[in-house]
Ligand binder design. Structure first.
Ligand code: TYD
Length: 207
């Protein structure tokens, strides 16, 4: 079982398939928090650190690695993200608010398509849980439309793969009882989704 983080801060995570709009929502939330005078650390996975950069090369197809190796690399990048200097744990310890675009549920959903899900669960078991997870839900066809204008495709950006990822997310999140999960209809306007997130964070006493 994953540990609940014992730190003083708050840990908010966004998840979704490719093209669901998690990055936009993270940015809008961070901006609104700053406008309200709150300090927030916005971060994302894969990180910009050394392991995250290798992952970016794998995602773009510049490097290739076996699916199992990719699962290990995402877990190593996450460990670095949590434990590194000024990383997630240090900031939560200091009472900061951390907003993260993708975290361990990305691995549980994406890497489980091509690996034994038990291996992926084992690799991620010891990473702390967020306080709340927002899943921005869009059908794979909507995600596909949104990413279709991008010049280059990453290795997971295929509709059949994204459909499997979405089903895995929904299965995983339906069972999640250790922390709050909020499934958002990602086909609404960005402003409407942002408003809902803001309300939920207050209602859940995260803000
Ligand atoms: P992201 O940065 O959200 O996409 P974009 O390049 O469009 O900004 O994520 C990059 C990809 O990495 C995305 O397809 C999801 C995938 N991913 C995993 O497969 N496992 C993971 O653990 C994480 C964090 C991301």
């Amino acid at each position: 079982m994953s540990p609940k983080h014992p730190q003083k801060g708050r840990f908010v995570v966004f998840e979704g398939i490719d093209g669901s709009g998690t990055t936009t929502q993270c940015r809008m939330l961070s901006q609104r928090l700053r406008n309200a005078g709150r300090t927030v650390w916005t971060t994302s996975e894969p990180t910009g650190g050394p392991i995250g950069r290798v992952l970016r090369d794998i995602l773009s197809g510049r490097l290739s690695a076996a699916p199992e190796t990719v699962a290990y690399l995402f877990a190593a990048d996450r460990s670095d993200h949590l434990l590194g200097t000024r990383g997630i744990i240090e900031r939560l310890d200091a009472g900061e608010l951390v907003v993260c675009d993708r975290y361990k549920h990305s691995s549980l959903a994406y890497q489980s398509v091509e690996n034994d899900p038990r291996l992926v669960a084992d690799l991620n078991r010891r990473f702390v849980d967020p306080d709340i997870l927002f899943f921005v839900d869009v059908p794979a066809s909507v995600g596909e439309q949104r990413i279709s204008s991008r010049a280059r495709r990453e290795i997971y950006e295929r509709i059949a793969f994204q459909e499997q990822v979405r089903s895995r997310y929904l299965e995983l999140l339906a069972d999640e009882s250790r922390f709050r999960v909020e499934i958002l209809d990602g086909s609404g306007t960005q402003a409407a989704i942002a408003e809902k997130i803001w309300l939920v964070l207050h209602e859940a006493s995260i803000l």
